[in-house]
Design a protein around this ligand. Structure first.
Ligand code: KIV
Length: 297
């Protein structure tokens, strides 16, 4: 791994993110679920990598994030931790890993740091999950909150809808944001809410606010990498900017490979390993075959 990408760069921590908010410098965050993506993000000097439970939809092919398990999350967090040295790493706590009891929430949160090499965990919800957040933070584990269109509550929300669009619901979300800060969250994600509501929350909180579909005035931005790369096109939210069309690139490459194999253009000599003539003739002799026409003697 070339060291130049890392020269002068130190591991990003919760304090680094807070300092960026204080200085008014945008915080960058993207999701990753595997080793090569984590390596590439680290080389791109991303501040933070979220191993999101969006894993379930964009990598594992589930309809929603509700099917994602602790085992799924830990498996992919470990791969990401092997690839990223500098970025701050956040593991997303899956559905039902923190809702049943605070004891279970703490135990599961601990596994992200102890077994999977994460620096922090994220969980979804407002005042309802404050007791779990307090208990996890009390165990020494940094917690990132997540408000707005929270996919684990998709059944309750009734679909993928923009949140906090009325004065009352925006007010409720602002209160929830303060509850999360007071419960000990070091940062909070706002998903799919109006930009001016997100701006108000960003101004009022002391902790970094990271937006996804929450306008340009948050302290930082996060996207699902597969949306940005164009490698998942089953459902692309309006807020996702597509920087590449990897799906098309992949399909073209796969088609070209199939064509090459069918037409016997692949593998070419440069893709094959070669034994020298002397050794090969000795082998044929050993097999009692004639060197030239390969017939049995
Ligand atoms: O799971 C995820 O990727 C997320 C982001 C969309 C914030 O929670």
């Amino acid at each position: 791994m070339p060291t130049s990408h890392f020269a002068g760069r130190e591991k990003v921590t919760t304090l680094t993110l807070k300092a960026k908010k204080m200085r008014g410098e945008p915080i960058t965050m993207l999701t990753a679920y595997d080793y090569p993506t984590a390596l590439a993000l680290d080389h791109a000097a991303i501040d933070s990598i979220l191993v999101g439970d969006s894993l379930g939809m964009v990598v594992l092919g589930y309809e929603t994030t509700l099917s994602v398990t602790m085992d799924d999350m830990l498996h992919h967090c470990k791969a990401v931790a092997r690839g990223a040295r500098i970025a701050h790493l956040i593991g997303d706590m899956p559905f039902m890993s923190y809702q049943v009891s605070t004891a279970e929430a703490v135990r599961n949160a601990g596994r992200f740091l102890q077994e999977a090499g994460m620096d922090a965990v994220k969980l979804e919800g407002g005042r309802d999950v404050a007791p779990a957040i307090e208990a996890i933070v009390a165990a020494g584990i940094p917690v990132m909150g997540h408000l707005g269109l929270i996919p684990q509550s998709i059944r309750k929300l009734g679909g993928w809808k923009v949140q906090a669009t009325s004065a009352a619901s925006a007010r409720g979300m602002m209160e929830d944001a303060h509850v999360l800060e007071n419960a000990g969250c070091y940062a909070v994600i706002l998903e799919a809410i109006p930009d001016r509501v997100a701006e108000l929350i960003t101004q009022r909180l002391h902790i970094p606010v990271i937006g996804i579909g929450a306008g340009a005035h948050c302290d930082g931005q996060v996207l699902v990498s597969n949306d940005l790369l164009g490698s998942f096109d089953r459902f692309t939210p309006r807020f996702a900017k597509k920087y590449a069309d990897l799906r098309a690139v992949m399909e073209q490459a796969f088609l070209a490979y199939v064509d090459d194999v069918v037409a016997r253009r692949f593998p070419a000599p440069e893709h094959s390993y070669h034994i020298n003539d002397e050794e090969f003739e000795a082998l044929l002799l050993d097999l009692r075959m004639k060197p030239r026409n390969w017939q049995v003697i």
